[in-house]
Design a binder for this molecule. Structure first.
Ligand code: ADP
Length: 476
């Protein structure tokens, strides 16, 4: 049984209340350990630590900060199996996917280390001959990061990397379901010699910790990945002290298959984009649009591919799809499928929870005859269900694809060169995959438009969200 502590000011601590809560393996419903039920006082102590360490950390050279991040990335790679195992234990994804997440997380740290030394300023020609004008960039200050359970390590690394590279210190609140992998990460950070207070981890009560992170003036910025509903609450609270915000929120990605697509690539892409992580990624295809002339063939091949996906415990080698995170998540998927069927949707394959397995498993499912009145066409599903719609023209499908409050990711499949350009230009989404089901890369900016968020993580400008611009006018 794991008994995770919190990490505050370089020390391993229990919650001030002395309370803990149980962690559940979603594949078996068995208790795997406990984590600290932290609250306001714990968040406050962590913030004080981050504030105390700030000047020292920001005062290091970028090269020194980069060296710490690279060292931490190395240790993560050395502990890849252990970290991946914790991810699978806590949230259920297949071990191969968890290993990929660890590798990606280490890459985020390396990318940030590389960018740390490239925080350039500007010397601006002045219109007054006696003045010299400078624009310099400085860290925003201590940062709060709140992260989700679906990528418990890489989402945190995507925030920690650029924050630390920029010179910020940080308080992390991981999702309540997945604290363990981040506790191990903090142990590695400690061993890598990252000074006390630079990184702090508080687990427990989301509302209490969130409230302190937002109301405490020492925290200058909040970076959040999670649901649009919680993101909006945090943004409202952040306005009180005009805290900077970065929000990576929900999505409802369209995936469009045009008649000129390579259907092998489109089918493989639809399977990968929809069913990776059991459909629990914010960039998962949530609606599949297929041009009418190729619909029958696409559906036939898609069904065959989906029926080959093996569902099971993520620790079993053959499992391609693990459990959903919780009973609540399973019920949400059930509700969306049942409601669609009541309104006339047809089940091509799947369509129910898997009762022979002990965890929160749902069959990989394809629905047809869906329409926009159904919940599944409007709300994020976060489960292994693919609703497929037919379309006739490019104009029609673009309008349908853009008809959403979300604007995170969108995918399309075509071999027509003109269409490749036309479509991405007209899609109102922050991340676009053209013949590419995995458009996430450390070197690319990740983030959404509309209600999917504010700001971008990763890519050439990844440190920008953690920097302030300071203008200096020197009169000689
Ligand atoms: P999901 O529904 O996928 O769990 P959430 O947005 O609820 O997504 O959770 C994402 C992160 O936000 C988690 O770390 C969770 O604990 C945290 N969280 C949820 N509610 C609040 C809140 N009111 N204040 C601060 N953090 C919160």
């Amino acid at each position: 049984m794991n008994q995770w502590l919190m990490y505050v000011n370089g020390q391993w601590v229990q919650s001030t209340s002395g309370r803990t809560y149980s962690l559940i393996n979603p594949a078996t419903r068995a208790v795997t350990g406990t984590a600290q039920q932290g609250g306001i006082a714990d968040a406050r102590a962590a913030i004080a630590a981050a504030q105390g360490a700030y000047k020292g950390w920001a005062g290091l050279t970028a090269k020194e900060r980069a060296a710490y991040l690279s060292k931490l990335a190395d240790s993560m790679e050395q502990c890849k199996e252990e970290l991946a195992g914790l991810i699978t234990l806590e949230m259920g994804k297949p071990l191969a996917e968890a290993r990929g997440e660890v590798a990606l997380a280490a890459e985020y740290l390396r990318w940030s280390a590389g960018e740390a030394v490239r925080v350039y300023g500007k010397v601006i020609p002045s219109s007054s001959p006696d003045k010299r004008l400078l624009s310099v960039r400085q860290p925003v200050g201590p940062v709060a990061a709140i992260t989700p359970w679906n990528f418990p390590l890489s989402m945190a690394a995507r925030k920690i990397g650029p924050a630390l590279a920029a010179g910020c210190t940080l308080v992390l609140k991981p999702a309540e379901q997945t604290p363990g992998v981040m506790v191990r990460f903090m142990e590695l950070a400690h061993e890598a010699g990252i000074p006390a207070g630079v990184l702090n981890l508080v687990t427990g009560h989301p509302q209490e910790i969130g409230e302190e992170l937002l109301s405490n003036p020492a925290i200058r910025k909040i970076t959040f990945t999670g649901s649009t509903a919680v993101g909006k609450q945090l943004m409202k609270a952040a306005t009180e002290q005009v805290k900077r915000v970065s929000m990576e929120l929900g999505g409802h990605a369209p995936l469009i298959v045009f008649e000129d697509a390579d259907l092998d690539i489109a089918v493989a892409g639809a399977v990968s984009s929809k069913f990776r992580n059991a459909g629990q990624t914010c960039i998962c295809a949530n609606r599949i649009y297929v041009q009418r002339s190729v619909a029958a063939e696409f559906l036939e091949r898609f069904k065959q591919a989906v029926e080959q996906l093996v569902v099971g415990d993520g620790f079993e080698k053959e499992s391609a799809i693990g459990p959903l995170i919780s009973e609540k998540a399973l019920n949400k998927v059930r509700l969306q499928v049942d409601e669609a069927v009541e309104k006339g949707a047809q089940i091509v394959t799947g369509g129910k929870a898997i009762s022979r397995l002990p965890g929160y498993f749902y069959e990989p499912t394809i629905l047809t005859a869906v329409n926009d009145t159904m919940l599944i066409m409007q709300e994020e599903t976060f489960g292994p269900v693919a609703p497929v719609c037919l379309f006739d023209t490019e104009e029609e499908v673009i309008e349908q694809a853009n008809h959403a409050v979300y604007g995170l990711a969108a995918y399309y499949y075509t071999r027509d060169l003109g269409r490749m350009f036309r479509i991405y230009e007209s899609l109102e989404y922050g991340i676009i995959g053209c013949n590419d089901a995995v458009p996430t890369a450390v070197e690319g900016p990740f983030g959404g438009m509309k209600e999917s968020g504010i700001g971008r993580e990763g890519g050439p400008d990844s440190l920008a969200d953690f920097l302030e611009t300071k203008f200096v006018s020197i009169r000689m």
